[in-house]
Design a protein around this ligand. Structure first.
Ligand SMILES: *[C@@H]1O[C@H](CO)[C@@H](O)[C@H](O)[C@H]1NC(C)=O
Length: 331
């Protein structure tokens, strides 16, 4: 008699405990970083890729112009789309390249903001794990690099995707067998996990602007062209969830391609240092803009509007693109 009132409680505890374990094991969520917009409801960002060359190949010039434009736009953060350190990432957390290619280059006041970075294929050629190590934040508090994660700015959400493991040739090509696949291999399982986490995050997203960032191109008219693994595995998901922008590097140029059968815009910002490849391959999608040279892009967002601007190595405005959500909201 005396023990009976305890039963429902212990049963509840067991159920609760059980469901907690189930919940934990079934949802390896993307790590989420809140980054509130400005009090005027806007958010300004710069995106740059393929940069770390100790200032050479115009990296310093691009950095200077980023500082100038960053000041003008009062930027909130910087996105690095990968290939952070050439030729082969960092050798370890003590690699001086981190200071020589990052801290000592992006010195402008406006660039002393949070940097959110993904890894590129060249980063995987070195010690990829080192770039993810929080110990680097002691050397430079701006640095944050993860494989896949999200930045939540309420009306705009940024989904960072680790694209290098998708590309099959990095795993199979005999002369390309020096990638740091620690914490990644085996490939199939890893990719499945990335896509599952991204799918959950996109499904739950209530943001007006959904922006996906990865190192590799989905669509490109430059040297590397389309990344077929991403066209096959990632693009259908981005289209299904109405993603607005996909921002990448990998091709060392600036480009804007519009999808012909969905609202997604493909933006390449891979002009952080070495550029000028002299290669152009037509695309079946709609090419809006292509600059085979150095530069970077800015993105200004409000709840209803987006403005994307491309700048060259002199900080000259090359192309402006505006998007508006009001029509969709009220029609
Ligand atoms: C640096 O930029 C200038 C101007 O676009 C260009 O003429 C020059 O070739 C660039 N240098 C390198 C090494 O890319």
């Amino acid at each position: 008699m005396a023990t009976s009132p305890c039963r429902p409680i212990s049963l509840f505890l067991i159920l609760f405990w059980g469901s907690t374990i189930l919940f934990l094991s079934s949802s390896a969520e993307l790590q989420r970083f809140p980054h509130p917009a400005k009090s005027d409801g806007s958010l300004s960002i710069l995106a740059v890729g393929d940069w770390g060359r100790r200032g050479t190949y115009n990296q310093t010039q691009v950095a200077y112009q980023m500082g100038r434009i960053g000041e003008e736009l009062d930027i909130d953060f910087v996105i690095s789309v990968g290939d952070n350190f050439y030729e082969s990432g960092l050798t370890g957390v003590n690699d001086i390249a981190f200071i020589e290619s990052f801290t000592n280059i992006y010195t402008a006041k406006s660039l002393q903001k949070q940097w959110y970075s993904v890894l590129g294929n060249h980063d995987y050629r070195g010690n990829a794990v080192a770039q993810l190590d929080p110990v680097l934040q002691i050397l430079d508090s701006r640095w944050l690099c993860m494989r896949s994660f999200m930045v939540d700015a309420e009306f705009a959400q940024f989904f960072f995707v680790d694209t290098t493991p998708f590309v099959e040739k990095y795993w199979t090509h005999p002369k390309d067998n020096h990638y740091d696949w620690r914490e990644v291999a085996p490939r199939e399982e890893y990719i499945k996990g990335v896509l599952k986490d991204l799918n959950s995050a996109l499904r739950e997203s209530l943001a007006t602007w959904k922006i996906v960032i990865g190192h590799h191109t989905i669509r490109s008219v430059s040297e590397h062209g389309d990344t077929i693994e991403l066209v096959k595995l990632l693009l259908p998901m981005l289209k299904a969830y109405g993603v607005d922008l996909y921002i990448n590097g990998h091709d060392h140029c600036l480009e804007h391609i519009s999808s012909t059968d969905s609202p997604i815009q493909f933006l390449t910002s891979g002009g952080g240092s070495k550029a000028w490849r002299g290669i152009f391959t037509p695309t079946t999608e709609k090419l809006q803009f292509f600059h085979d040279g150095q530069g970077f892009i800015s993105l200004r967002l409000t709840k209803t509007d987006a403005e994307i601007v491309f700048y060259d190595v002199f900080g000259r405005l090359l192309q402006r693109w505006n998007m508006n959500k009001l029509l969709h909201t009220f029609m």
